[in-house]
Design a protein around this ligand. Structure first.
Ligand SMILES: NC(=O)C[C@H](N)C(=O)O
Length: 488
């Protein structure tokens, strides 16, 4: 049993501590221990002298002559809480990364960086952490590439926990944006029978081991072909025909065999569909407003977390975000985009001519050309866009009423279009690709109370890359899935 000298806490002067196994236990305490609190709330508390109890992980340990200073973080904020303990406390197990349960008294902190600190009467090491084996080291700023090697542990770093708090707030902001503007949230299915984008990048769903529950020889989803969704658009179109404005926000899957810094096999997409919409301008307004409202929310609610990215991970990126927020997004036509690219002196890997798909290098160039603000490119060649895009019949060149939003550092962020609502035109296009039967239900939407409508989808991870200045998309998602990688 090791007696412990207590800090200036008169009401608790009879407390006694002992070490038992890995943990430090309090033997007696005259005052009842207060309820647990989140560190973000403790940091704002003004109840000096009151009991406090927090639980979290040790981010730093500084032994000094009389006292031991710990930084404890519980994920609720970037800023840790300083805990001051007597240096007579046995500190062998109090290492960087260990989990602790701290009780003590809230005191005003002499340190300018924080208002309050806890003077501990009792620190229990709930889970030890061997600092030699732990992949993250105290006082080191590890790169995003380095921490990516530890997908099960990287949330214990400041950078990744900041990212996840930002992600959580951005998710809430997108939901609020749509709900505040009268959209109904629809849970579109993860398992679907259609390839909305027609690009053949589908993951097929079938029972593991090729077995089927009813010994069906057809290795599909109970005998029917089924895939993981690439987009909730078509199901949203169904719902827009009853609710006028709908949205969904969930995971989508693409079997792209790519290790690029912009692609994931599983990514999140915020998608909206709006009935009674006849112009791309209306869609672009929603996209720009959604982007700005979400960013405003994130910048105000996660200022510290965003600052970490703008200071250490992408220095200077704050100016880029300020510019995006200040300026109106540009609009150019696909035809203008091709002219800009053809007239530039830049050497592109892929050459451009009217009718070609824009590559990332082209998208990034166009954004720069327009002063590093987001650019809407509208009216793409008809043949580049999927069957659902509305035919711009009256244009001299055959285009579709489709729009992509390109943003600095990333390229394509959103894709959207007016949807072909004219039954005969849609039927003709589907028939030409042999899909008339597959999409019989989709055609029927145009028979019963059809309206002009349109919608778009925004890649959520690309959005985070854009506002945080993160180069690799694998660093903005909790668990990245990409070609040849699904570690947990
Ligand atoms: N909902 C949308 O318009 C998104 C579109 N289907 C895409 O995946 O690009």
């Amino acid at each position: 049993m090791i007696p412990v000298t207590l800090l200036r806490i008169p009401a608790l002067s009879t407390s006694l501590f002992c070490r038992c196994g890995a943990s430090v236990f309090q033997l007696q305490c005259r005052r009842t221990i207060s309820k647990k609190a989140r560190i973000c709330d403790v940091l704002k508390s003004t109840h000096i002298g009151s009991d406090a109890r927090v639980q979290g992980w040790v981010r730093s340990v500084r032994p000094q002559k009389d006292n031991l200073f710990l930084h404890v973080n519980d994920g609720s904020s970037l800023q840790p809480l300083q805990v001051v303990a007597s240096s007579h406390l046995n500190t062998r197990d109090l290492t960087f990364g260990c989990a602790v349960d701290v009780t003590g008294t809230l005191e005003r902190s002499p340190n300018k960086k924080q208002n309050v600190e806890i003077h501990a009467q009792h620190i229990k090491v709930v889970g030890e952490c061997d600092p030699v084996d732990f992949p993250f080291k105290i006082k080191e700023r590890h790169s995003l590439e380095y921490i990516r090697q530890f997908p099960h542990l990287r949330c214990r770093t400041n950078a990744f926990s900041s990212l996840l708090r930002i992600r959580s707030e951005a998710t809430a902001a997108i939901q609020s944006f749509f709900r505040d503007n009268g959209y109904v949230h629809i849970h579109t299915p993860t398992i679907t029978s259609n390839d909305c984008e027609g690009a053949g990048e589908l993951f097929q769903v079938e029972p593991a081991g090729g077995k089927n529950v009813s010994d069906d020889p057809n290795p599909h989803f109970f005998s029917v072909p089924a895939y993981l969704t690439v987009s909730g658009q078509l199901q949203l179109e169904v719902m827009a025909g009853a609710f006028s404005a709908v949205y969904t926000f969930g995971p989508t899957f693409r079997a792209e065999n790519s290790q690029s810094s912009r692609h994931l096999a599983e990514f999140y997409m915020a998608e909206a569909e709006i009935a009674f919409t006849e112009s791309l301008e209306d869609l672009m307004k929603v996209m720009e407003n959604m982007f700005k409202a979400t960013t405003e929310h994130v910048l105000s609610r996660c200022a510290d977390d965003v600052e970490l990215f703008h200071k250490y991970i992408a220095p200077g990126h704050k100016d880029q975000v300020d510019l995006i927020m200040k300026r109106k997004f540009h609009v150019i036509s696909y035809t203008e985009a091709i002219d800009i690219l053809n007239n530039s002196t830049q050497n592109f890997t892929f050459s451009t001519e009217w009718g070609c798909d824009l590559q990332t290098e082209h998208e990034k160039f166009l954004v720069k050309h327009c002063g590093n603000v987001p650019v809407f490119v509208v009216d793409y060649p008809y043949d580049l866009k999927p069957f659902y895009a509305r035919d711009n019949q009256d244009e001299p060149r055959h285009t579709a009423a489709a729009v992509d939003l390109l943003v600095p550092g990333v390229g394509e962020l959103c894709g959207g279009s007016l949807r072909e609502e004219r039954l005969e035109l849609l039927k003709g296009r589907l028939a030409r690709t042999g899909l008339e039967e597959t999409y019989a239900w989709y055609l029927q939407l145009r028979e019963f109370g059809s309206t002009p409508h349109g919608g778009f989808g925004m890649g959520f991870e690309r959005y985070l890359q854009c506002i945080l200045g993160v180069h690799n998309i694998k660093d903005v998602i909790p668990f990245a899935r990409f070609s040849h990688s699904c570690p947990l």
